[in-house]
Design a protein around this ligand. Structure first.
Ligand code: ADP
Ligand code: MG
Length: 324
């Protein structure tokens, strides 16, 4: 099978819809084969990519602004977790039904607004036709050399924190699927990861990641990378009013803690830095909650355990989104 030939339509799309969001100096108005970027001296590049497939990561008939916001939000979330400042991005588009010219025009406009807000110009990409619509963004960020916050630095005695509320990504998805409304729908449609807060966690957080698979699974990822365990108090996990109304039992609470799509941060830091973290959260308008502590692993079990107020361990029937 031969790939469809590049045609005028593709040229038109790039020139008209995407070139306005490119940085002329770096990406030559998207008229060259590649872009060229000079990193700030003494800085490292931080690189991440996220792909969204129609019918999997957004409903097939999702509006263009929803696709753009979820694409940018999920990628910015990774840079926030690593404490990096966005500098540029690449966009890969597989155009398939039901995406038409009107959808793409709308998508490009919303994408451009978001990229401008994050000061993250478009450096290039690729465009193909496909049976199934999908879109992927690769983001590039910068930070002073050697300062990236990894998943692996949690220390015994650290406090465990999360930003925002947990579970609204799950609740919003239920609304999107059922066609119902609720406050959480905005969290699902347009995730807003705490980028400025994340950038200031450098030197404060010992370990960090973004909550994309579900809080329980993602805390397990921190534990596994850091070779530690965690003890998390269920009652300290921040829920929205809608989340509180939904979580009326262990099963429904587990939905919120394993649902994914929150695009908030989970991180660990020394108890001595709690006042500084609270100040930072206030200054950047972020809700910050201390939910647990880092502990030594028991028999090589690198997991977060959840306890109720009396210290009794609560077993969750599900911990996160399974990709495969
Ligand atoms: P090539 O054949 O050399 O890969 P393309 O025709 O695919 O070149 O792309 C031409 C230019 O348009 C390149 O600068 C590329 O980065 C850019 N481009 C293509 N598709 C996109 C897209 N979806 N978003 C942003 N830039 C794109
Ligand atoms: Mg190409």
């Amino acid at each position: 099978m031969t790939a469809p030939r590049k045609n005028n339509r593709e040229f038109h799309l790039i020139e008209k819809l995407f070139a306005p969001h490119a940085d002329a100096k770096t990406a030559g108005h998207l008229r060259d084969d590649a872009a060229s970027y000079t990193p700030t001296p003494g800085h490292d590049l931080v690189i991440s990519t996220d792909m969204l497939v129609s019918g999997v990561h957004f409903p097939a008939h999702a509006a263009a602004d929803v696709v753009a916001a979820r694409l940018v939000g999920s990628n910015i979330s990774d840079l926030a977790a690593k404490s990096a400042k966005p500098v540029g991005c690449l966009l890969n588009l597989a155009i398939g039904a039901p995406w038409d010219e009107a959808f793409l025009t709308d998508f490009a406009a919303h994408l451009g607004t978001l990229l401008a807000a994050y000061e993250m110009p478009l450096w290039g990409g690729d465009t193909v036709q496909s049976q199934q619509a999908s879109v992927s963004l690769s983001v590039y960020g910068e930070l002073p050399s050697g300062t990236m916050i990894t998943r692996a630095g949690a220390q015994i005695g650290d406090d465990v924190y999360v930003t925002g509320v947990i579970g609204d990504g799950f609740l919003g998805l239920q609304h999107a699927l059922a066609g119902t409304r609720g406050d959480s729908l905005a969290a699902y449609h347009a995730p807003r990861p705490p980028l400025l807060f994340g950038q200031k966690l450098r030197g404060l957080a010992h370990s960090c990641l973004d909550i994309s698979d579900g809080l329980a699974a993602d805390l397990d990822h921190l534990c596994t990378a850091s070779l530690k365990a965690m003890r998390v108090t269920l009652a300290d996990i921040p829920l929205s009013p809608e989340g509180q109304a939904y979580a009326d039992g262990a099963e429904t609470l587990a939905d919120l803690l394993s649902g994914g799509d929150d695009y908030q941060l989970a991180f660990t830091a020394a108890p001595d830095d709690s006042a500084q973290l609270a100040e930072l959260a206030a200054a950047t308008n972020v809700r910050l909650s201390k939910i647990g502590t880092v502990q030594p692993p028991v028999e090589g079990d690198y997991r977060a355990e959840f306890v109720d107020r009396s210290g009794q361990i609560i077993t969750l029937h599900r911990r996160g989104y399974q990709h495969f």
